[in-house]
Design a protein around this ligand. Sequence first.
Ligand code: GDP
Length: 203
Amino acid sequence: MIVRTATFLQSNTKIDKLPTANKPEYAFIGRSNVGKSSLINMLTNKRQLAKTSSTPGKTITINHFLINEEWYLVDLPGYGFAQRSKKDREAWKVMLDNYIKGRKNLISMFVLVDSRIEPQKIDLEFISHLGELQMPFGIIFTKVDKIKEGELQRNVQVYKDKLAEEWEELPPIFITSSEKEIGKDDVLNYIEHLNDEMREVRF
Ligand code: GDP
């Protein structure tokens, strides 16, 4: 898929104020600093489209972008946020759950994980939670330019083994680097393929 246009639509805190759910939607999530903004900017060919979500004190919002007038890309706040209050974290959890359960045009989520580190409890818990909610998802390994090929293969295998403890079928896995523009086509073509499947669906 070639991204011809990418437009910021809105940042929202209310599920009932989101853009009309009439186009396929894909949401990106991960721990703060995982490289989510950089990845979104790489996918959309814009250097500044997604701003880093880790700014302390910044309102936690659901951020919608319209791509090629055809599908929505959603930038979700990073989970975890150690620097936020428990109340904030709880509120975000509720909002996120309501979003996942209620957004009928949400086709797949993408969980971003740092390729350099071992599977983190918070990511694995979130992935399990997606399973409970029966929400399809892919896993995107980020920052692969920062490690050697052998180490990357090992880390991905560790992740697969960990997932296999719980999942019979593994999710799609993407290897990416925003720095080196690796994996861009893999993610975009996967989305295009899902969009094609959704062509006849009315949400
Ligand atoms: P976010 O908080 O998940 O949105 O993360 P950012 O996209 O703001 O990235 C966090 C930090 O990691 C920044 O300093 C980025 O420059 C760096 N970063 C992000 N992606 C990559 C990558 O693919 N390769 C390298 N080397 N650094 C990256």
